[in-house]
Design a binder for this molecule. Structure first.
Ligand code: CA
Length: 227
């Protein structure tokens, strides 16, 4: 699977480094921003799966960053874990209804924060943390990479596997070709959007090889969805 991508937004360099070290030890891809403005740029440029967001930041506060992330449909699904200096402040942050998915008070235990990050990933990118996903008679194991349909093992190439995993994480959701390129191929690789069509075609062929209806839906002018 494409590695989970975590963005750390924290103005204190020492804290940023501790978090980066621990998140990278879990094989996550890590981006960092030292203020709210850079955080918003970074989110627009290279969408993370989870944001660990400090409340007190220079320029644009963590609360404002969270509000903007949750206000846009393109970024609403990103999990936001808000950090705050004191637990009393945390109650205030909660009361502001920023839409954050979780709250952790400083000083936090790094192990506890890592557990919260994993919990958010289980929700937003389940296959990246080894969950088994099912859709109708299709089952996909994020850990063993085994895919079955009606109990029969399907042989998928690595790209088709990532494509199916991405679609199975949010059945019914329509993904544009550009979104699939970002999620399945990653930002750093240049591939034409037509490539998406080619791999969707291959995936279709494998999924229907032993019979059963085609679960992939082509949405004209929009992209692809599962179911
Ligand atoms: Ca701070």
């Amino acid at each position: 699977m494409a590695q989970p991508h975590i963005l750390i937004v924290e103005d204190e360099a020492a804290q940023r480094e501790v978090l980066r070290y621990n998140l990278e030890s879990e094989s996550f891809r890590v981006s960092m921003a030292e203020d709210g403005e850079r955080a918003l740029d970074s989110i627009a440029e290279d969408r993370p799966d989870v944001i660990v967001l400090d409340w007190m930041l220079p320029h644009v506060s963590g609360i404002e960053v969270c509000r903007q992330v949750k206000a846009r449909s393109a970024t609403r699904d990103i999990a936001v874990i808000m950090l705050s200096a004191r637990s009393e402040d945390m109650d205030k942050v909660r009361g502001l209804e920023t839409g954050a998915d979780d709250y952790v008070a400083k000083p936090y235990s790094v192990n506890e924060l890592m557990a919260r990050v994993r919990a958010q990933l289980r929700r937003v990118r389940p296959t990246t943390v080894g969950q088994v996903l099912t859709f109708d008679d299709i089952s996909l194991d994020g850990e063993t990479h085994r895919v079955t349909r009606s109990g029969k093992t399907l042989k998928l190439g690595p790209t088709e596997f990532r494509l199916l995993a991405t679609l199975m994480e949010k059945p019914g959701r329509v993904y544009s070709r550009d979104q699939l390129l970002d999620l399945v191929w990653g930002r750093d690789i240049y591939v034409d959007t037509r490539t998406v069509d080619v791999h969707v075609g291959r995936l279709r062929k494998v999924l229907t090889a032993h019979g059963g209806p085609d679960p992939l839906r082509t949405v004209r002018g929009a992209g692809y969805a599962l179911g």
